[in-house]
Write a protein that binds this ligand. Sequence first.
Ligand code: NI
Length: 183
Amino acid sequence: MAIRKVAVMGNPILRRKADPVTPEMIGSPKLNTLIEDMIETQKEYGGIGLAAPQVHESLALIVVGIDTAGDDESDMDDSHIPRTVLLNPKITDFSTQLEQDWEGCLSLPDLSGQVKRSVAVTIQAQDPTGKEVEIKAEGWTARVFQHEIDHLYGILYVERMSDMKTLTFNRELSRLPPERETE
Ligand code: NI
């Protein structure tokens, strides 16, 4: 396993539509190594998800989740997302109900901004063995999936922000008034 370099905003790889993961790639040592490296990279950088274009591989592949085995941090209860690897994920249903909340991205280091997202989504994808899976996600998990799948279409969260005034350096987040949610 290896930690890969994360592309930051401005790198053209982040703006390309990712190529599909083909049946021939599934199960190959190259793809499995990429998946392992992405998990390792996400952990190293402290992210909650990572899309393959962020590690300079234009492939429709995302990893999300946090390994919580052995820790009991209670503040993760709301946001616990099991480790999930998805190939060719597509959102097939978005709730009309939206919610605004903070997002950050390893490709925009040290920044956060508020983004409105659907509170629930349905995703169709393949798991790393090629098996078709359907995932129904809500709340924070739904947000993370929407953010990561956007990367596969060359979209960064800043383009989803309705109020650019919320774009904030993380070191200034604590200065904000507690209620910044506008709607
Ligand atoms: Ni991101």
